[in-house]
Design a protein around this ligand. Sequence first.
Ligand code: GLU
Length: 417
Amino acid sequence: MAQESLNPFEIALRQFDEAADKIGLDDGMRAVLRTPKRQLVVSVPTLMDDGSVRVFEGYRVQHNLARGPAKGGIRYHPKVTLDEVKALASWMTWKCATVNIPYGGAKGGVACDPKKMSRSELERMTRRYASEISIIIGPDRDIPAPDVYTDAQTMAWIMDTYSMTIGHSALGVVTGKPVGLGGSLGRAEATARGALFCIREACAVIKKPLRAATAAVQGFGNAGGTLARLLHEDGARVVAVSDSRGGVYSARGLDPGQVREHKTRTGSVVGFKGSERITNEELLEVKCDILVPAALENQIVLKNAGRVRARIVAEAANGPTTPGADRVLRERGVFVVPDILCNAGGVTVSYFEWAQDMQGFFWDEPEVGRELEKFMKRAFHDVLAASRRHGVGMRVAAYILAVGRVAEATRVRGLFP
Ligand code: GLU
């Protein structure tokens, strides 16, 4: 079997090129949209609790600003690289355009192992990183948010560091903040809720009631853990879940609320009572109707795509499926809800949060929920219509829509100077 590239930025470019071919984008526009606008690499010297100093490498990439300020999360993970951040930044551009919110795309990351750092080490590293990237972020320039292993507390530190530097409180500089600090109600659950709306629509397309469906969820963080609970509440049977230490399976179904308690107590979903232990790889091959990769990139690859037994793959993670695997899934008739649509609920409520911050007027939770549902359903059906019109899968359809919108904005703005 041919070796496939697992470089996330190469993958992102392949996905872009496929859509660009379909809509006949000219070479100049193609070059503009393929290339990240700004890439900032910073060193983040941090005082550790034992008195030593460690220097972490941090990144902030702004892929595209044609439709508005750049937007995208910040990731703390030992495997963060510049190419990964470039890919994630470009996926944010296409994601924001898919749900039609007025943002470009960005992403940040620090290569570190947050699980091995104390809270005060994390605070010092975050503040220094925030200060280093403050030369390019801002409420109308580039607005970070949480991503893998960052949360509302991380955002509060960034907001404070930025605000202390400019001399006044800038609520709109980050989203995903604590609700008491200009955060939005419903933001913490938004990625999972947005994915749930997509899954409901996808179930209607394949004519499988969600109540009668089984689901397997890889990743038990903000997206996966919450989505497992929401699927359970919607009547689906969640047969498998996992986290970075491994997975658990039960044909009778797991109660995600109890799994959450177990994880809080023991640090992992592994060992949950009445479940069978499985690996993260095995989880992807579990027989179920809905498979939700909600962890990291490159999980469904050429090697295992043929063994995926789900009818729907709902990508709550960014970049979980390689282009080779995507082709295999499509040939086998699996309905894929692509990442740039499926997990866009997070950035959509980030947009609501930012709009509330800029207005200084806050919404109640039902309003956030209603607006999120409206944005997600509209995007899902826009993508579905494009997929039928062009005779392509949902991923290529989402890219066709998104690339078309960003290209149009670029065209009407014209080339400076
Ligand atoms: N990190 C999330 C994502 O990948 C949210 C980004 C945001 O809210 O800006 O979509």
